[in-house]
Design a protein around this ligand. Structure first.
Ligand SMILES: Cc1ncc(COP(=O)(O)O)c(C=O)c1O
Length: 351
């Protein structure tokens, strides 16, 4: 057990949170003249539920967790920031995260004036968990792990993550933004480890990046801390409604997810045909990290053809690497045609 209260910043421990109108009265009434809203009939004239209970109950059923163990944020970028803000004293504490990984850990750390200690992944993007542990110092409050990892796409072994969580004396965030493209989530272990926070999102498999809906699965003690410091109405009503709609379309979403996975496999296969494609890293997400002969040149060519991929050249172990999101079958076919033009492989035929 980790002593959560001793990790918490003193000013957050002592904080008296804002109490909104919708916090103070929750029941049914005829007339609401408590929140300075426009009283006339508009679809979104009223403030949303600050704790989004209806949506949490629906998510809870699907994710098989207790609604009390769900925090909803403005994208998972919000809980990433909240965990640093709540637990790390600016200019004093630090966090650790693998390198390369998702860029917002660094940005959120910088915004909060908290040092990010980057722990290099091995060249095949596997993690040296002993190195992660030995890098953590007395001021290391939070460790971020990302599985499947962005930009490499590989997953971290469950047993090693569990050993790490049990040994680490701070909070461990497992960022599972791409979890829907594979099977094994760590969220079922939130009651076993009180320092575990699992983050997921509606932005990837759920086709809802624009509603900005991130989820953190965690014990009620940490939920209480997040609720204390979040903006009072951090999730809009249209976003809550759209998330509920997507959950009603669960089967269609899961079918699409399977289609994306099979397109990813097709993409990996097709890409091996190009001489200039040197390596395709194994991925369990909705993208592939691909090493080519000259990433900058190919990136500019594809851009000139109206195809935008992510150039990861310059990141650790990512020399000449492009990160390519799996598109629709038609979009992927166009990519292959353009790559064929670029590499002049006249004998190229679709598999
Ligand atoms: C690993 C990882 N975590 C989190 C996010 C952000 O998710 P959200 O859109 O929920 O803020 C991304 C987005 O690319 C990501 O790659």
């Amino acid at each position: 057990m980790v002593d959560i209260q001793s990790l918490l910043r003193t000013n957050i421990k002592n904080l008296k949170p804002y109490s909104s109108a919708r916090d103070e009265f929750k029941g049914a009434a005829e007339i609401f003249i408590d929140a300075n809203e426009n009283p006339f009939d508009h679809p979104y004239s009223r403030y949303p539920d600050p704790l989004q209970w209806k949506l949490k109950e629906k998510i809870a059923q699907f994710k098989k967790v207790d609604p009390q163990n769900i925090f909803l944020g403005n994208g998972s970028d919000e809980p990433i920031d909240l965990v640093i803000r709540a637990f790390c004293n600016p200019g004093v504490d630090d966090i650790i995260a693998p390198n390369p990984s998702y860029g917002m850990y660094q940005v959120s750390a910088d915004i909060n004036d908290v040092k990010l200690i980057q722990v290099p992944l091995r060249t095949d993007f596997t993690m040296d968990f002993d190195l992660m542990l030995s890098t953590a110092g007395p001021q290391t409050k939070v460790a971020f792990l990302c599985s499947p990892n962005n930009p490499s796409g590989n997953v971290l072994p469950l047993s090693e993550m569990k050993n790490f969580i049990a040994s680490f004396q701070g909070l461990v965030v497992i960022d599972e933004a791409y979890i829907d493209f594979q099977q094994e989530s760590m969220k079922s272990f939130i009651n076993d480890y009180n320092n575990l926070i699992v983050m997921q999102t509606f932005s990837k498999a759920w086709g809802s990046a624009s509603i900005r809906m991130g989820m953190a699965f965690v014990n009620t003690e940490i939920i209480g801390i997040f609720n204390k410091i979040k903006a009072p109405y951090n999730i809009s009503n249209p976003a809550q409604e759209q998330a509920m709609k997507m959950l009603d379309q669960m089967e269609a979403v899961q079918k699409q997810t399977q289609q994306i996975i099979s397109e990813r496999k097709r993409m990996a296969l097709e890409l091996t045909r190009f001489k200039g494609v040197l390596e395709i890293y194994p991925s369990e997400a909705n993208f592939l990290l691909v090493k080519v002969d000259d990433a900058n040149k190919l990136y500019h060519f594809l851009t000139s053809q109206g195809i935008i991929v992510r150039n990861r050249h310059g990141q650790l172990h990512c020399d000449n690497c492009l990160r390519i999101t799996v598109g629709t079958p038609t979009e992927n076919d166009i990519l292959f045609i353009k790559l064929n033009e670029y590499y002049h492989e006249k004998d190229f035929v679709f598999g």
